[in-house]
Design a protein. Structure first.
Length: 412
């Protein structure tokens, strides 16, 4: 396929998907193809004004009264409900605050209390390392054994057993972009009497999750990737309604108390998902996330997904045409691919740096992955072609071998 054919195809695909082009809702620099929304989402247009209002009017003028008059106290649950719509959770099951790592620690301890007679937890050895670290830490505290089982093998491991507390899996693999079968793994866990705990960092805002519909028990995720909440945006935790009465909070801070301003010396958990709250949330970041989520107003995640699949499939077709022989870690099959194209290359770090120098921003994941994240709301098929053209030129000109591109920064 010639580049002219690809240009024509990009234009017609962009026209066909015009209704889901939400780029106008984001502020992106000219001349950049941003393929790192799976690490730090782009800046939604609604955020600067919201943050400036939060700083100047709410904090600056209304000071402490803002906890009441600007609804700061209720924000974790209010923003949780808005986020819940995106991950298929009815109101009253999601709260926002703290980091994914903290939220994971919290749901693991809650799971132990929900399944006190069991002691094995299944985890994916290839998952994002913080999940393994936090799980190992919790396992030491709780006397659990962590078994490394890929999500694809979970059903076989669970079949006919009664020792498993929970499966703890990422919905989308951060490195390869593989989309795991959340409904099937959740079902297999339940058939074995185990809980299903999902990390939605790489699926919330990109892929339909449908937590309620699939009966997920507990879930966590971050606010700064496809949800575009900004650097360090607070994370979220989902506690299915059926588990809330028995949900114990390993960090029973005062924001999760039934009557926080009674200032009682004894902890009494709030009713509902509020009991998953811990301490004072980072209010500026929380309000930035709230504004960021409005970028999804009036948009169904299914249509974001349809756009994402078209973009990632087209990106791969463009790379195949312009840089034949490229190998991939991400699946070709639409049903198995999250929202990224992961290219394998022995000099992946240099390739990523050379691309960034050309205005195509992806990232490197060890050992050999050029990770091209595709946040569908603000990317076009024309962007996909531009990225592929630059990738082909970098490889053809061996630009990735330039020593300047091998110097590793702290963040890759
Ligand atoms: C799957 C997954 N879990 C967790 C995290 C990060 O956790 P935290 O928000 O605590 O930094 C990431 C970050 O990229 C991730 O990809």
């Amino acid at each position: 396929m010639s580049i002219d054919d690809l240009r024509t195809e990009a234009a017609s695909l962009d026209e066909m998907h015009g209704a889901t082009d939400l780029r106008a809702r984001f502020l992106l620099p000219d001349g950049v193809v941003y393929l790192d929304g799976n690490s730090l989402g782009a800046l939604p247009r609604a955020v600067p004004a919201a943050v400036s209002d939060a700083v100047e009017q709410q904090w600056g003028r209304d000071l402490i009264t803002s906890w009441n008059v600007h609804g700061w106290w209720d924000a974790p649950a209010r923003v949780g409900d808005a986020l819940g719509r995106i991950v298929g959770a009815a109101p009253g099951q999601v709260v926002v605050g703290d980091s994914t790592s903290v939220r994971l620690h919290q749901v693991l301890h809650a799971a132990a209390a929900l399944r006190p007679d069991r002691s094995v937890v299944l985890a994916d050895p290839a998952t994002f390392p913080t999940d393994l670290y936090v799980l190992d830490g919790a396992a030491r505290q709780l006397g659990w054994t962590v078994e490394h089982v890929s999500p694809g093998d979970a059903a076989a491991r669970l079949d006919g057993t009664s020792d498993v507390v929970a499966v703890v899996y990422s919905h989308v693999d951060y490195r390869t972009g593989v989309l795991w079968d959340l409904p099937a793994v959740t079902r297999a866990a339940h058939d074995a009497g185990a809980l299903a705990i999902w990390d939605l960092c790489h699926s919330a805002g990109a892929v339909p999750v449908e937590l309620d519909a699939h009966g997920v028990d507990l879930a966590v995720g971050c606010g700064y990737k496809y949800l575009n909440g900004g650097p360090g945006a607070p994370a979220f935790v989902y506690v299915a309604t059926e588990h809330q009465a028995a949900f114990t909070n390993v960090i029973p801070g005062w924001h999760g108390h039934a009557e926080p301003f009674a200032m009682s010396g004894e902890y009494r958990p709030a009713a509902g998902v509020d009991r998953a709250r811990i301490g004072t949330p980072p209010m500026l970041s929380l309000l930035a996330l709230e504004a960021a989520l409005t970028a999804f107003d009036g948009v169904e995640i299914a249509s974001v997904r349809a756009r994402s699949l078209s973009l990632t499939a087209f990106l791969r077709r463009c790379i195949d045409a312009l840089a034949p022989g490229t190998s991939y870690a991400s699946p070709d099959d639409d049903t198995l691919r999250g929202s990224q194209v992961a290219v394998r290359h022995p000099d992946a770090y240099g390739v990523v740096q050379a691309l960034i120098a050309r205005g195509v921003v992806g990232d490197f994941r060890t050992p050999d992955i050029v990770r091209l994240g595709v946040a569908a709301p603000y990317l076009t098929h024309a962007d996909m072609l531009t990225a592929a053209v630059h990738l082909a030129e970098v490889l053809a000109g061996c630009e990735h071998l330039d020593p300047a591109f091998s110097r590793r920064s702290a963040v890759t």
